[in-house]
Design a binder for this molecule. Structure first.
Ligand SMILES: Nc1ncnc2c1ncn2[C@@H]1O[C@H](COP(=O)(O)OP(=O)(O)OP(=O)(O)O)[C@@H](O)[C@H]1O
Length: 342
């Protein structure tokens, strides 16, 4: 049974005066299995935050079903919803910490609300501070902390009530790249050491690449593509997915770059797609040489994501036209190859 299951979910916000209603979510089916890290990506307005707010019952669906831990949450009473929310931790972009409280006090807050006995609270807070590496900051005030430390407090607070699910909404967008990596490493430990399922919303593909097992791409209130991260990064299908993937993986030169490359290289351009370790680049290059074709690498790169390699290399091929054709036929038997226009 999935930990979270959305079936044909729609959410329409009523029209503000003189406006049309906003269909924020338009028929979403999504299952998140226990233990997974799912990254939800999409541009601003795609519906990511609304989707997350439906999962933690801060919004109600217009139609469709939302199940958390097997329990239908649509139509539950406020008291029952509070119970459901206790099983879900939230981490926010702007940390949402209480400035008037110390680090300890911030982590204590959800435990106070849940009326956890004091001795148990103290043990829990102390464990969490060690887990997130802030034991020495217990009595610091929030303003004294760096952004990364604030987010670690945010994560500790989200974990205080032992949730099964952590929802992270742009949790690293306010952080610099190095601090982002620290927070992502902590989230990976939350998943691997504590077994907590994580749904992370982001517009940064780097976050997806280094954290998620599976990626869900949203556009205009719908899921337009989903799959294991390595699959989606190495072979994106939808235009919106390609645009996201292009921010971290070189695909093929755009028209402007292509014109500049053609001005420098006389040969025919072909893009080769390497996926996994089954085809070695050296085998492809040997085939070209066997056919008497000279080549130069003009664009692209090879990536390693979660232990798998993939990438796209654009080569300029020079030689007798018939030999280039024959070489291309032979190469196509090994890897997908696409000739780029002149
Ligand atoms: N409470 C609301 N009332 C009216 N419209 C809303 C409300 N919340 C969201 N919307 C609209 O629903 C659509 C989806 O918004 P949502 O915040 O879910 O997108 P998002 O993908 O999370 O974007 P961002 O990355 O900017 O947060 C947008 O058109 C937004 O204006």
């Amino acid at each position: 049974m999935p930990l979270v299951e959305l079936t044909d979910v729609h959410k329409t916000f009523p029209a503000a005066r003189g406006r049309t209603p906003v269909e924020a979510i338009r028929g979403v089916d999504l299952a998140v299995e226990a233990g997974e890290i799912v990254g939800i990506v999409g541009y601003s307005g795609a519906g990511k935050s609304t989707l997350v707010r439906l999962i933690n019952a801060l919004e109600t669906t217009t139609s469709g079903s939302v199940r958390v831990g097997g329990r239908e949450i649509t139509g539950l009473k406020e008291r029952e919803l509070r119970e459901v929310r206790l099983g879900i931790g939230m981490v926010f972009q702007q940390f949402n910490l209480f400035r008037s409280r110390t680090v300890w006090g911030n982590i204590a807050y959800p435990l106070e609300v849940a009326r956890v006995p004091k001795a148990e609270q103290n043990q829990r807070i102390s464990d969490l501070l060690h887990f997130v590496g802030l034991a020495d900051k217990a009595h610091s005030h929030v303003e004294e902390l760096s952004g990364g430390q604030k987010q670690r407090v945010g994560i500790a607070r989200a974990l205080a009530t032992n949730p099964q699910l952590l929802l992270a909404d742009e949790s690293t967008s306010a952080l610099d790249p190095e601090t982002t990596q620290e927070v992502l490493a902590l989230l990976r430990r939350v998943n691997s050491e504590l077994g907590i399922t994580i749904v992370v919303i982001t517009h940064e593909m780097d976050v997806v690449r280094s954290l998620a097992h599976r990626v869900v791409v949203m556009e205009a209130g719908r899921i337009v593509e989903e799959g294991p991260v390595v699959r989606v990064l190495s072979d994106p299908q939808q235009p919106v997915t390609r645009r996201f993937v292009a921010t971290i993986v070189d695909d093929e030169p755009d028209a402007e770059a292509l014109a500049a490359l053609h001005a420098r290289h006389a040969g025919r351009f072909v893009k080769l797609a390497f996926r996994g370790d089954d085809v070695r680049q050296s085998d492809v290059f040997a085939l070209l040489l066997e056919h008497g074709v000279r080549f130069e690498l003009v664009f692209g790169g090879i990536e390693e994501v979660q232990g798998e390699t993939f990438g796209n290399l654009t080569l300029s091929l020079d030689g007798d036209p018939a030999a280039v054709d024959a070489a291309l036929d032979a190469v196509r038997a090994l890897v997908p190859a696409k000739e780029l226009p002149r």
